[in-house]
Design a protein around this ligand. Structure first.
Ligand code: PMV
Length: 340
C-alpha cells in the first residue's frame, strides 16, 4: 500500500486577452473558442498534496483553514481524475493551498489552484505526464487552469475532445516587458458565477456574431503579441473585453423568481475607471483595460509606465472619501512548477 507521497507545486493565475466565455462541452470543459492569456506574477498559488493511505476522505485547507467550500469539492473531483490515472481509487489526500493574493481580488484563484493541484497530485503519485497532458488535465478542474501550466504568454487551443483541448506557450515571460495593474474596486462576491455565465451566454443573440469575428481577432492579437505591437495588442484586448461584457449584459436569466435582462459584473467604480482610461489614453498614456467576469479593472501598460498608472489611479480613488481601491501589479510569470 502506498503511503505519504507528497509534492508541492506553484502556479500563477492568468489574465485572458482573448476570453474563454461559453462551453462546447460543460463536462469536459471544452470551450467554444481559443483564448490567449498571460500568467500573472502577483497571483501565485502554492499547493502541497500528500496522499496518505490512512485517510478515509480528502482534506482540503486553504491558507491553513479547513475548507468545506465548493472549491474543496472541486479539488476532490480533480483528485478523483488523478486517482483514476494512477489506478489508486481509494487513496485520499491532504491538500494544503496558499494564495499569495487576496481572495475576491478578481484573480482566478481556481486557475492557479487547479493548475498547482494537478501538478502536485500527479507528481506525488509519480505519474509521468507531458505538459500537454497536464494542461488538459488542469482544464477538467477549471477551464482557464489549463493556461496556467505553460510559462508566459499562452494560447488555449479549443480542440474538440478531452486530449486535444489544452494550452501551449506562444512566448516566454521575458518576451515582452508589459505589466498588468489590477485595480480591485470591490471585494463583494459576484452574484453570477463564471460557471453560470458560461451557460447563460448561450441566450445572448450576439454570441454567434462574436464567434464569427473571433478567428480574425485571435490572429491579430497573437501577431501583435509576437511583434510586441502594444497599440494593436491593446486595442484588440480592450475591444474583446467589452465584447465579453456585452454578451454578459445580453444574457437573460432569473435571480430567484425575478427576470433579469443580463449580467452586470461592473460597479459604478468600474465604469469610472474605464472612462478614466479613455481620457488617459487621449492624453498620451499607453494604457488599455481588460476585465474578467467581475468588477476588477486590469490596466495593461508597458512596464516602465506602471508608476504613472498607479499614480493616476490613486488620484481618482482619492476623489471620493472612504473609497478604497487595492492595486496589484503583475508582470508575465513562469508556468506551473514543482518546488521542494
Ligand atoms: O475558467 P473559468 O470557468 O473560471 O472561466 C474564466 C472566464 C473568464 O475569466 C471571464 C475569461 C477567461 O478566459 O479567463
Amino acid at each position: 500500500m502506498v503511503s505519504n507521497q507528497q509534492s508541492t507545486a506553484v502556479a500563477y493565475a492568468n489574465l485572458a486577452f482573448i476570453k474563454y466565455w461559453g462551453k462546447a462541452d460543460a463536462t469536459l470543459n471544452l470551450p467554444l473558442n481559443n483564448s490567449i492569456s498571460m500568467n500573472l506574477s502577483a497571483a501565485k498559488t502554492t499547493t502541497t498534496v500528500t496522499f496518505d493511505a490512512t485517510l478515509k476522505q480528502d482534506i482540503v485547507t486553504i491558507d491553513g483553514q479547513p475548507s468545506q467550500s465548493n472549491f474543496s469539492q472541486r479539488v476532490s473531483q480533480q483528485l478523483d481524475r488523478v486517482r483514476l490515472l494512477a489506478k489508486q481509487p481509494q487513496l485520499y489526500a491532504l491538500v494544503d493551498t496558499h494564495n499569495a493574493f487576496p481572495m475576491g481580488a478578481g484573480f482566478a484563484s481556481s486557475a492557479s489552484g487547479m493548475a498547482a493541484l494537478s501538478l502536485a497530485a500527479t507528481s506525488a503519485l509519480t505519474l509521468q505526464l507531458t505538459k500537454v497532458e497536464l494542461s488538459a488535465l488542469a482544464r477538467r478542474g477549471s477551464g482557464s487552469a489549463c493556461r496556467s501550466i505553460p510559462a508566459g504568454f499562452v494560447e488555449w487551443l479549443a480542440g474538440d475532445n478531452d486530449t486535444n483541448s489544452h494550452a501551449i506557450q506562444l512566448a516566454p515571460p521575458n518576451h515582452w516587458d508589459i505589466a498588468d495593474v489590477a485595480v480591485v474596486v470591490s471585494q463583494a462576491e459576484k452574484k453570477v458565477s463564471s460557471t453560470l455565465g458560461h451557460k447563460l451566454v448561450e441566450q445572448s443573440h450576439f454570441l454567434q456574431t462574436r464567434l464569427a469575428h473571433l478567428p480574425n481577432r485571435l490572429d491579430r492579437l497573437r501577431q501583435a503579441l509576437l511583434d510586441q505591437d502594444f497599440e494593436t495588442f491593446g486595442q484588440e484586448t480592450e475591444a474583446e473585453a467589452i465584447t465579453l461584457h456585452a454578451l454578459a449584459m445580453t444574457s437573460p436569466h432569473q435571480t430567484g423568481t425575478a427576470w433579469q435582462s443580463g449580467i452586470y459584473y461592473w460597479t459604478p467604480d468600474t465604469l469610472e475607471l474605464l472612462l478614466a482610461v479613455q481620457s488617459w489614453r487621449a492624453d498620451g498614456l499607453p494604457v488599455y483595460f481588460t476585465l474578467d467576469a467581475g468588477p476588477t479593472v486590469h490596466l495593461l501598460c508597458p512596464a516602465d509606465k506602471v508608476t504613472a498608472i498607479t499614480e493616476a489611479v490613486t488620484m481618482i480613488a482619492r476623489q471620493q472619501p472612504n473609497r478604497h481601491w487595492d492595486m496589484l501589479v503583475s508582470y508575465p510569470a513562469i508556468g506551473a512548477h514543482l518546488i521542494d
